[in-house]
Design a protein around this ligand. Sequence first.
Ligand code: GLU
Length: 445
Amino acid sequence: MNVVTRFAPAPTGRLHVGNIRTAIHNWLWARKHQGRFLLRFDDTDRERSTEDSVHAIRADLAWLGLQPDEEHRQSARFDRYDAALEQLRAAGRVYPAYETAQELDLKRKVQLSRGKPPVYDRAALSLTEEERARLEAEGRRPHWRFRLDHGAPIAWTDMIRGPQHFDPALLSDPVIRREDGSWLYMLPSTIDDIDMDVTHVVRGEDHVTNTALQIQMFEALGATPPDFAHEALLVGSEGKLSKRLGSLGVDAMREDGIESAAILAKLARLGTSLPVEAIVDPAPLIETFDFATFGRAPARFDLDELKALNARIIHLLPFAAIADRLPEGMGEEDWAAIRPNLKSIAEAADWWSILHGHVEAIAEEQERPFLQAAAVAAGALDWAEAPWPQLVAALKAETGRTGKTLFLPLRRALTGRDSGPEMAALLPLIGRDETIARLSAAAGA
Ligand code: GLU
């Protein structure tokens, strides 16, 4: 089978954690099977869809490395949807209905008060020609419903949720087109999946009931439904995905110093039985991706965990992979020295200026003699060999200091900070003359 998946966002805002995850899973499945991954803009809602969102979604996907093989837009396909509606109408599978939102609301309330499920009563189906003509003469415009076939249960085996059953008689005939001619999501999406040969629909479990309805639409249009995978939704650390986290955009994460590789590594496996690991190259993520590993319980998304993973990934990034994002002049050795200490690539610039710029030393009065001794010792080292162990050994012998009392004043004088990368890696990069100068300055010499 030639696998085709699609990611179908409505371009009404930026991508956020939840839909990025869906995009990643669709992409992984297509890549795993050497199939195609489609980007389809669900932009039938002309009021809410914006070109800015279209551009932003494309850019975010590109940054994440999820390059679509094809791009489609629903707004370019209205003729096709009109034709399909005609086909379904001729087959008696769609019908016009005239109830106002208030009338429908009232019907629902009455049903609920009688302890009945609020399912549309199909009153519009029994309207006579004259009644319809009268309603239209009153100025009412119809909306359109898809008539469900109540003949047999709707069933499919979900790739994540297993066997699913729905009794169509307990579902309302879905509205597919509004009075003003605009389309609801349900039918165009089905038509697209048919025309674009989509083989696997991967989306959130909030779409499960839609799937039951759409399966009948596929069949009414003479197509075999694709396979479906409905993934459990994400929740935040406190039990539900807070508004902030739910709308956390790729752009915000990027500005926060999160690498695309970290987002990929995290969201590819979050909610599965596979371990979330610091994986830089997506190949192993693609290879191991499998819907059978997905759990049914909501997956917990924690921003701090993502940040921790991000740091672990940065510590693995080879110089060549990020050289163009590092400060001008920063070399492979510099990168190797400071990489283990970074939480974001942007912090590399801070350490770069610590290595090669001016450092405001932190030095206490009483450390001056010690630092003066250090400056002298630094001048006597063999700088062609690892200088830090030599410096430490010399000062230990001379002053009897050990541990923190030995290391901390040196670190503060040489970097202006209390913590950071290994001094053993930094010292050769700071170099002999600058080391002596910094120690002497801190000693007040
Ligand atoms: N635009 C829909 C959404 O973002 C697409 C759902 C689907 O994948 O079919 O929820």
